[in-house]
Design a protein around this ligand. Structure first.
Ligand SMILES: *Cc1c(COP(=O)(O)O)cnc(C)c1O
Length: 377
């Protein structure tokens, strides 16, 4: 008999989502604007500490709009973390620019500030100063933002912070997404909270966020007829999706606690296994632990690999997933410049994401752990 599926990260409703969605129906705000969109944006500002937020149809769209507002054009270069999901880098291609990929460091698995600096100096020497930097907080772990910002400021290059996986993560008391000129969030179905699909652009600049709302609604100039002096996009979040988002915001802190407790459960339950390592939070760093990840150290025990664990979990209908395949290894980006140290390739070879949903039961977690232990028996 096939065992019940355990998903990597599935949607987890709190209960109040339908109230907001019903309100939208009852008042006929079934449109890409309305009280839920306004309310959701306020919730996002309240939670992250950002002054302004624009709710959009995706996190990818948020990065695209940020690049457009920074005036990034065909022929320009934009620096992006190599170890990430393709959505961080694709918008660079949308504006006709070239991504330049920078590798990670071992403490957070995110953009290495030293390599970033080397990269910028080399790109400038080759004739082009990069127009923006996109660091990512993978799996919820904050990147070393203080150092990244120091480098960015030295060369006066703006930061678009990809916090799609890191809603609620912070360094000290400052939430991720509020470190860059822009922060982007995602509410895709697998993220820590979802609107069934959606994203947001956040910034302390009201001017930029107003411009983002304008561009996201087809760039309509002020006139009774439809007047356009810029190319626009259809990127606004619908009032129905925003209703789901408002309900989800009410349970966000619970979702973070549960994801963190999943991580701690795995860490304790697998502590005896020499070949399995967990990524610790550097001092002052707080991860939402969107996904619990393990690093399978083959120098400790080379009989087992992330693949043997993956296959074993799969045989019991448990979903796991290798860490992101670095962008510089992706066929679509093979021509892009890359500044590396081998760390992201090593992480891709040996890292695995375990089931991490906030809706996992104690029995689910036990099943995962027993299965992994059985690999090492
Ligand atoms: C999910 C994700 C995105 C994109 O968000 P969408 O809302 O799916 O467009 C961007 N960057 C990273 C790192 C992500 O994980």
């Amino acid at each position: 008999m096939v065992k019940e599926k355990i998903w990597l990260s599935s949607p987890h409703m709190g209960g109040m989502e339908q109230k907001y969605v019903n309100e939208a129906f009852n008042t006929n705000w079934v449109a890409p604007l309305g009280p839920n969109v306004d309310g959701f944006e306020e919730d996002l500002c309240g939670f992250t500490g950002s002054r302004h937020a624009a709710a959009l149809s995706s996190g990818t769209g948020a990065i695209h709009l940020a690049l457009i507002m920074l005036g990034v054009k065909p022929g320009d270069e934009v620096i992006c973390q190599s170890m990430t999901f393709a959505a961080s880098a694709n918008p660079i291609a949308y504006v006709g620019a070239t991504p330049v990929f920078v590798d990670s460091e071992m403490n957070t698995w995110n953009m290495c500030p030293n390599l970033l600096r080397e990269c910028i100096i080399d790109r400038i020497a080759k004739g082009k100063k990069p127009r923006a930097i996109i660091p990512v907080h993978l799996y919820g772990m904050p990147a070393k933002m203080d150092e990244i910002i120091r480098v960015a400021n030295e060369f006066e290059i703006p930061i678009i912070e990809d916090a799609a996986e890191a809603l609620g993560s912070k360094i000290g008391n400052k939430k991720m997404g509020t470190y860059g000129l822009f922060g982007i969030l995602s509410f895709n179905g697998n993220k820590i909270i979802t609107t069934s699909g959606g994203g947001a652009l956040i910034s302390d600049s009201g001017e930029y966020i107003n411009e983002a709302r304008f561009l996201a609604t087809q760039a309509r100039d002020k006139a009774n007829h439809y007047e356009h002096s810029k190319i626009g996009y259809n990127y606004r979040m619908s009032n129905i999706c925003a209703g789901i988002g408002r309900g989800q915001m009410e349970v966000l802190n619970d979702r973070i606690s549960k994801r963190r407790s999943n991580f701690n459960y795995y860490k304790e339950a697998l502590a005896q296994i020499e070949g399995i390592h967990f990524l610790e939070e550097p001092e002052g760093f707080y991860s939402n632990r969107w996904l619990s990840t393990i690093y399978v150290d083959r120098s400790a025990d080379d009989r087992y690999s992330k693949k043997s664990i993956y296959l074993s979990l799969q045989s019991e209908n448990i979903e796991s997933r290798p860490l992101w395949k670095p962008m510089h290894l992706q066929p679509v980006f093979k021509e892009a410049p890359y500044y590396g140290n081998g760390i992201s390739e090593d992480l891709f070879r040996n890292g695995l994401c375990l089931p991490s949903g906030s809706n996992l039961t104690e029995q689910d977690l036990e099943r995962v752990v027993l299965n992994i232990r059985s690999v090492y028996l």
